[in-house]
Write a protein that binds this ligand. Sequence first.
Ligand code: JFZ
Length: 479
Amino acid sequence: MKKHYPAIAALLILFLFPSPMQAQKTLPADMEIELHYGADRLGKRPDQAMQKFRENRLGAFIHWGLYAIPGGEWEGKVYNGAAEWLKSWAKVPADEWLQLMQQWNPEKFNAKRWAQMAKEMGVKYVKITTKHHEGFCLWPSQFTKYTVANTPYKKDILGELVKAYNDAGIDVHFYFSVMDWSHPDWRYDLKNEEDEKAFQRFLTFTDNQLKELATRYPTVKDFWFDGTWDASIKKNGWWTAHAERMLKDLIPGVTVNSRLRADDYGKRHFDSNGHLMGDYESAYERRLPDPVKDLQVTKWDWEACMTIPENQWGYHKDWSLSYIKNPVEVLERIVHAVSMGGNMVVNFGPRPDGDFRAEEKELAKVIGKWTARNGECIYACGYAGWEKQDWGYYTAKGHHVYMVVFNRPYSGQLTAKTPKGTQIIKASLLNGENIKVTETARNEYNVSMPKHEFNEPFVIKLEIKSSESTTNKYREALT
Ligand code: JFZ
């Protein structure tokens, strides 16, 4: 029976997390219902802080907590479900699980080296699990005893990381799980008055922790909420709106993901009128929108996140149980996201000793070599509005469109179709080498393959000219 837990969990997740695709049915303006806790704003946030979030495009996720210690194994049994959920798979009571704190002593932890690795990979921001579902805090919280301060290691891991990443010019985002398995007042649902009271105490505790994080680490740029899918939260939509506002009052410009929010009717991510809540959509997890069918995602900001194995966020000692994506597969997902106007965050699950596993270090290095040469097609780039072709993805920035080629055509010709009123004036490799372009029909071009062979995805930079009217029309369509 136990064997089936991962399958059951997968099914549960399908039911618990509605596909973001169901969310886009907006009502005609005159039929909208009144909401107190719906979207605060329509359309993309236009300010500089949001612009920075958007231009960063590539981020890293760090899932690090007590779960790294058992690494997917409990009492001699290896569980292939997500390692950070092991407490749940192995049905470990909270007090027993939290005793892992006595073993928390990451002797090889070196925040500067972590920052160096992120920098070399070319990520512009790092999302750190301040507290995952287990409840263990990477900072010395005053509001619980389950923190790094009460481990043999003692030191404020989060503080060291914030400083090291910021010193390296990398933005820090905080992952925060509202669901907290260590807290006696956490409830999945509210069935009686006692539950209601306990849960209000829990929300006060959560507010205190959030205020603590925002005031101790004022350079944080983003809060990415998780563990907000239960009935208890959905019945307290007011609190999700309040938490977002509270953080925004404390930290001007801070961004917040849609996963936090529930409206007056418990509708999540998108409110009952179909409007995105929070600053960016965060439901694309380990999957991406279809580059042809789901173009509606270009209307809002969004961020996807992915694991390198199939579904392991925290450290799991046995990666042989899963298919491990190679660097080109990871790169393709990054470019795919950018081509549709989104961000991509690649996850790392550090080992309990504070080092990264060899496979992750290697992957970060390979991605870094590529971004160092080709990052121009990622950072500050977005949706081009051109018809998708089979050779790969377009990304765009100002008067340039980048062709990022993942599939080499045998014909030696790459087809490009431009929108009406747009012409290709010039094509080149990123090193400046000229590429031949032939206009084959109205708004259709053959772009020649580079003369020398590439053994990795390569980029052709197009200089384009659009008549003013079409540029404006295209911009309007996007907002
Ligand atoms: C959550 C966590 O449970 C998981 O451990 C990890 O931290 C991940 C980043 O987030 O898992 C989810 C949350 C939402 C969906 C799927 C898994 N979803 O919306 O499809």
